[in-house]
Design a protein around this ligand. Structure first.
Ligand code: WTA
Length: 644
């Protein structure tokens, strides 16, 4: 399956690159030898009110404390907006492309600055102060970026909840961080359908007493009830607000945002990122990895509800004065050629998407791609899950006409930005490999006992030392931060991913080694789906595992034990799928539900997921040792009733 062929840097295409192989090596060497000096210089890429003198103060031991640029003072919105006004105030900052191909708009840096200032004033007038949490539940519209930057401007900590999440998921995320204000829209649009955001928000807010005010963007114009005293129209408030706003001075280690992400146990964790290090990392990686050049049009297809949207639609590109394209829709609406149509329409130079989208488009053949010229494309990126060599090669040959380097970027919500990726024009490519760490990043592989592995090896992917964009803590739960990331292999950051390193030192990410699923590039904890299932009155017990899925990468396979007296039926299966969608959101819909009168458990009652994964993957000839099970006969029964 693995394709070892190397695609060397094409010198003619690398012309004008900021970083070539020699420069990359130089940067990596300097960052390793003199991290203080290296990062002091890189910090200069963003705007400081007081430049930092203390650069790195981090420890992965004991209580785990991570501080970068700690005596620096700045405001992220100034780096993204004010700093560009003199030089490129009239340059387009955001190109917005609607779900409907006939709707688009452009916002210059000057206009964006004004809109952010107005909204920042609105937030202040509603009592939002530095450190307060504001939840955003928005579609992919310009107001989402405005709202993020407005929070940053007043020092509020934003927590974005993906618009595809259910009211329950929204309310638990609001409750966890006690937001005082919610920003949402009447409705969203995706693939020709509307998403009832305000209705969902109203339902969520019934159990969120901390929220005193709701700001509602009139987006589709679909009528929604407004609660007197609590709900306010964005446009009314915004029009009445002043167009300039003093930015709040923030210490580098003041929080910028919280973003909830799934882990192997319990509820989603509030990943906390702070201001200085995150901004430096977002800017540094966006420029290096995409070889961003002034004037270029850059398009990342992610949603701002995920970390990719935070770092590579908003903060990184805007810090670098780029023109960033924000797309409201989906890759296959109204046709499967939508991406390439948009590329031609806006002359996109850099395109960054997920393997799941590439696989889905690949299935439609070359014709929809070839219909458009794609001449503007220069660099192609991939993120979110391992990209199989077949999809990689299709992306390279068909979409990029063998002209555009592919940057397969490995990173996580926790890492704030890209850690392992080729740099275009500087690193030879291997289809399916995220290749080499960025300068300043020290990945390593360890075995199950935490022993460092040398040379070509297969193991658990850890990072040995801190980088500026690293998450600082789990919101209000530092103990969980230490437990989750630094206890498995003490003194090292454990990513939760497995990886292989080949003889050239290239990393091949093999996927999660914990109970986290990656479904179409979306992270999901099996525990979350299980607790949604057992919340159904007819379900006694549930175990969820991932199964290989051609398009999604991983699908969701659920084993369900019904309460006594309940009979399995097709109607009940559908009911449970709908139930999970309602509890968590459509992205968590199980692909398969197998009725399981019994689950394979050890004598101490622990479910042996290894066996359940094998059955779901239809690899039943390699189940391994099942003699430790309390009742080995359940395995035969499960194999016999496998679904799919
Ligand atoms: C997976 C998304 C292989 C990985 C930015 C990681 C990848 C999880 C890649 C984080 C890649 C992300 N190759 N796997 N290029 N990029 N992953 O937090 O399992 O939503 O741990 O961040 O996605 O997902 P998250």
């Amino acid at each position: 399956m693995t394709d070892h062929s190397v695609i060397p840097v094409k010198p003619e295409l690398a012309q004008g690159n900021r970083v070539d192989a020699a420069r990359r090596a130089e940067m990596a060497e300097r960052a390793a030898r003199d991290p203080e000096g290296f990062w002091r210089e890189e910090a200069g890429r963003i705007a400081w009110m007081t430049p930092p003198t203390r650069i790195k103060n981090t420890s992965f031991e004991g209580d785990v404390s991570i501080k970068w640029f700690e005596d620096g003072v700045l405001n992220a919105s100034v780096s993204c907006l004010d700093q560009h006004l003199a030089e490129r105030g009239d340059q387009v900052a955001i190109i917005w492309e609607g779900d409907d191909p006939n709707s688009d708009s452009k916002v210059t840096y000057r206009e964006l600055h004004e809109r952010v200032c107005r909204m920042a004033n609105v937030l202040r007038s509603l009592g939002v102060k530095k450190g307060d949490r504001v939840t955003l539940y928005l579609p992919m519209i310009v107001e989402a970026a405005v709202a993020m930057l407005a929070c940053a401007r007043v020092g509020a900590v934003h927590s974005i909840v993906f618009g595809g999440f259910s009211p329950d998921s929204l309310s638990s995320r609001i409750q966890d961080c006690d937001s005082t204000l919610l920003i949402t829209a009447d409705q969203g649009r995706r693939g020709g359908r509307t998403v009832p955001l305000k209705t969902n928000a109203d339902e969520a807010l019934r159990s969120c007493p901390s929220v005193k005010n709701v700001i509602v963007v009139r987006n589709t114009g679909g009528g929604v009830p407004m609660e007197e005293g609590r709900d306010h129209w964005w446009h009314t408030l915004s029009e009445a607000a002043a167009a300039d706003c003093e930015p709040e001075p923030m210490s580098a280690e003041d929080p910028l945002f919280i973003l909830y992400t799934s882990g192997s146990t319990g509820k989603p964790k509030g990943v906390l990122h702070t201001t200085g290090g995150y901004m430096v990392w977002a800017s540094f990686t966006h420029e290096l990895v995409f070889d961003y050049r002034p004037g270029e049009i850059y398009w990342c297809t992610a949603d701002v509800g995920w970390v990719t949207g935070h770092s590579y639609i908003v903060y990184g590109p805007l810090a670098n004065g780029a023109t960033t394209l924000m797309f409201e829709g989906v890759p296959n609406y109204p046709g499967v050629d939508r991406c390439w149509q948009v590329v031609d329409k806006h002359k996109v130079n850099i395109f960054y998407t997920a393997p799941t989208a590439i696989r889905a488009l690949m299935r439609e053949g070359e014709a929809p791609v070839k219909k458009w010229s794609r001449q503007s494309l220069r660099v192609l990126g991939s993120v979110g899950e391992p990209i199989n060599p077949e999809a990689w090669l299709w992306y390279y040959r068909v979409v990029g006409d063998e002209r555009c380097p592919i940057v397969d970027t490995w990173w996580q919500t926790e890492t704030g930005g890209i850690l392992i990726s080729p740099l275009p024009g500087a690193v030879d490519l291997k289809p399916g490999s995220a290749t080499l760490p960025l300068p300043g990043v020290q990945p390593a592989l360890v075995d199950g006992e935490g022993q460092l592995l040398e040379g070509a090896a297969d193991g658990n992917l850890v990072i040995l030392d801190s980088w500026p964009g690293q998450m600082r803590t789990v919101y209000k739960d530092h103990e969980r931060f230490i437990q989750t990331y630094f206890s498995t292999f003490p003194g090292k950051y454990f990513s939760g991913d497995g990886a292989r390193r080949d003889a050239d030192g290239y990393y091949w990410i093999t996927g999660r080694v914990d109970d986290v699923l990656n479904v179409s590039g979306h992270r999901m904890g099996t525990a979350e789906i299980e607790s949604a299932l057992v919340a159904h009155p007819k379900v006694a017990e549930a175990a969820v595992v991932g199964m290989p899925h051609e398009l999604k990468g991983q699908g969701i396979y659920a084993y369900v034990t019904l309460t006594s007296g309940e009979e399995p039926s097709e109607a009940l299966r559908k009911e449970l799928v709908a139930w999970v969608r309602k509890e968590i959101g459509p992205i968590a819909s199980p692909d398969a539900i197998q009725w399981a009168p019994g689950l394979p458990k050890t004598r101490s009652g622990k479910i042996m997921r290894r066996i359940l994964r094998k059955i779901a993957a239809n690899e039943t000839d390699s189940l391994g040792d099942i003699s430790t099970l309390a009742d080995p006969t359940v395995v035969e029964e499960l194999i016999g009733n496998r679904v799919g």
